[in-house]
Design a protein around this ligand. Structure first.
Ligand SMILES: [Fe+2]
Length: 264
């Protein structure tokens, strides 16, 4: 199975600009690009911050752009999103029994688990015992290898201003996955607006740049200096799954430098 992962689309009402670029146009460019270049992708995943201010019309704009995608679309909220407005504009989005946007899908040989780390009114993420109990139920009910999709990472990524707003109070999350770590073959997240990969306690993780604006690579600044923004080129990822491998390529979809043939 092949799917497309993109994140942090940050659409605003009226299809307006944000930080010097246009998030609606950027998302449309990403969609046009992967539809042309990866026509065999079977799904699209967007790991949160779908909108910047959680406005109703921003979700309407998002729905308009995504209407041209001819494959299933799996969304989760980020800290910039408004959970109820998201559900209103995407009424088919699945929820757990407690109103959180959490659900599972079969992705090839894997169980894809989509998690909701949104906490209304704050930038950091939360994962309460209620959400944790649901996650543990899903892990216990399956024997498949697992991929987790969530907006906030549950471990530090080294950019202090972003680590200050990652998942807080991780106890419920850690309790939920305790013992299942070897089955968690990949954690996909958003929030950081940078390409980062590695592993945490043996669990491989991956995130990438957003489609509109980025966080500058600044590993030494203090958290109280604010989040360093930057207009770097946007990305989406192409994820190919087999029983043996999770293979992730990153596409800089606005890259237009000339191609040539390398010799000898
Ligand atoms: Fe974001």
């Amino acid at each position: 199975m092949k799917f497309i992962h993109l994140t942090d689309t940050h659409l605003v009402a009226g299809g307006g600009d944000l930080y010097g670029s246009n998030p609606k146009k950027r998302l449309q460019q990403a969609v046009t690009h992967f539809m042309a270049h990866q026509p065999d992708a079977e799904a699209l995943v967007i790991t949160g911050d779908l909108t910047h201010y959680g406005q109703a019309d921003a979700y309407a704009q998002l729905r308009e752009v995504l209407s041209s995608v001819d494959k299933p679309i799996y969304l989760i909220p980020g800290n910039h999103d408004h959970r109820d407005t998201l559900k209103e504009y995407f009424p088919s989005i699945e929820c757990d029994g407690n109103g959180f946007v959490q659900y599972t899908k079969e992705f090839g040989d894997y169980l894809a688990i989509f998690l909701d780390t949104n906490e209304p009114g704050v930038s950091w993420g939360t994962f309460c015992g209620t959400r944790g109990a649901w996650l543990r139920e899903q892990l216990e009910a399956s024997t498949k290898p697992v991929m987790l999709f969530m907006h906030h990472p549950f471990f530090p990524i080294g950019i202090h201003s972003m680590d200050a707003i990652s998942l807080r109070e991780t106890t419920a999350f850690r309790v939920a996955i305790a013992g299942f770590e070897p089955r968690i073959r990949q954690v996909f997240f958003g929030h950081i607006h940078r390409p980062i990969t590695g592993s945490y306690q043996g669990m491989p993780f991956f995130t990438l740049k957003g489609t509109n604006h980025q966080v500058a690579l600044e590993l030494h600044a203090d958290a109280d200096e604010g989040i360093p923004g930057r207009q770097e080129a946007p990305q989406y990822a192409i994820v190919q799954l087999s029983a043996e491998q999770i293979l992730i390529h990153i596409e800089d979809f606005l890259e237009d430098s000339p191609r040539f043939t390398l010799k000898g």
